[in-house]
Design a protein around this ligand. Structure first.
Ligand code: IPM
Ligand code: MG
Length: 356
């Protein structure tokens, strides 16, 4: 069986880190007969350069035909002056929406070797293993109406809409409860139900779905408190489920607990489990092309792809173990503190591939 994988390297450090993930996939192919056929297409600023738009039609077509998509990162100062609709970030939002990738899984796991690199004390974060399930195709990111209008007094006003429907809430809640069943059996839903109507409905929807999962424990937190709890006592969380904007913010916060955002993978899934996989970090234009970026988040994203879209949890385990091994051996890219040997992007990728 051959898996069709589409690589979307994107901008900044995207191409360098995706190349290392590809190296790992090739090693799996050689050693364990993974069987994959890899294609590459342009997205973000690279899409704009190649075809005049951040999500070229050909790229979307290839993404629809692929079994899974692995994306690097989008964005960069070169594109900051472009009109809104042509900005690299629009390409990312458009592909999430066009492929119906409503469920974004963002695990935050602290590798024991990096406990000293966290912004929090070791005794607060040791053993951290939480999963943020972020709704990805709704909420204020996509709500209509949106825009900039001119008020009667001549002043301009920017506005957006935070809307969630019953079905949007229920399907992402279900994903969170299913994930909790494979973990510690606890879901914490995060909202702002003391202020927002959309959050009131969110809470009701999550409660309804909880009725189907009597074996999973459900709690609720307001987002401000959740942010505080994440840095106060992060190990209280198992699965956190939340809307698009709150999930965007909380997942960066959770990322930092693990020592570096350069370590965090993510999966964005549609209703059939097809997915787009990408590191949580951005395009880091300041270090692009200098062999300094940490490829581990991209490599761990490839591991999530093996597990969720390609049915190869066994190979995902191998990749994750190899990442643990290189950290244990003391290899560190510049974003990671500690260790005994500074390495670049390529050496880190090669070290993981060698340990598979
Ligand atoms: C993320 C990013 C994106 C988002 C940006 C680049 C549009 O921050 O994936 O978290 O806000 O979703
Ligand atoms: Mg973000």
């Amino acid at each position: 069986m051959t898996h069709r994988i589409l690589l979307l390297p994107g901008d900044g450090i995207g191409p360098e880190i995706v190349a290392e993930a590809q190296r790992v996939l090739e090693a799996l192919d050689e050693r364990y007969g993974l069987g994959c056929e890899v294609e590459t297409a342009a997205i973000g600023g690279a899409g704009y350069d190649a075809a005049g738009e951040p999500l070229p039609e050909a790229t979307l077509r290839q993404a629809r035909e692929a079994d899974a998509v692995l994306l690097g990162a989008v964005g960069g100062p070169r594109y900051d002056e472009l009109p809104w609709a042509l900005r690299p970030e629009r390409g990312l939002l458009a592909i999430r929406s066009a492929l119906g990738l409503f469920g974004n899984l963002r695990p935050a796991i602290l590798y024991p070797q990096l406990a000293g690199a966290s912004a929090l004390r070791e005794e607060v974060v040791a053993g951290l293993d939480l999963l943020i399930v972020r709704e990805l195709t709704g909420g204020i990111y996509f709500g209509e109406p949106r825009g900039v209008r001119t008020l009667d007094n001549g002043e301009r006003q920017g506005y957006n809409t935070l809307a969630y429907s019953d079905s949007e809430i229920e399907r992402v809640a279900r994903l969170a409860f299913e994930a909790a069943r494979q973990r510690q059996g606890r879901v914490c839903s995060v909202d702002k139900a003391n202020v927002l109507e959309s959050s009131g409905l969110w809470r009701e929807g999550v409660e309804r779905v909880a009725g189907e999962y009597p074996d999973v424990e459900l709690s609720h937190l307001y987002v401000d408190n959740a942010a505080m709890q994440l840095v106060r006592a992060p190990r209280q969380f198992d699965v956190v489920v939340t809307g698009n904007l709150f999930g965007d913010i909380l997942s960066d916060c959770a990322a930092q607990l693990t020592g570096s955002i350069g370590m965090l993978p993510s999966a964005s899934l549609d209703e059939a489990g097809k997915g787009l996989y990408e590191p949580v970090h951005g395009s880091a234009p300041d270090i692009a092309g200098r062999d300094q970026a940490n490829p581990l988040a991209a490599i761990l994203s490839a591991a999530m792809m093996l597990r969720y879209s390609l049915g190869r949890g066994d190979l995902a385990d191998r990749v994750e173990a190899a990442v643990g091994d290189v950290l244990e051996a003391g290899l560190r890219t510049p974003d990671l503190q500690g260790g005994s040997r500074r390495v670049g992007t390529r050496e880190m990728g090669a070290a993981v591939a060698a340990r598979l």
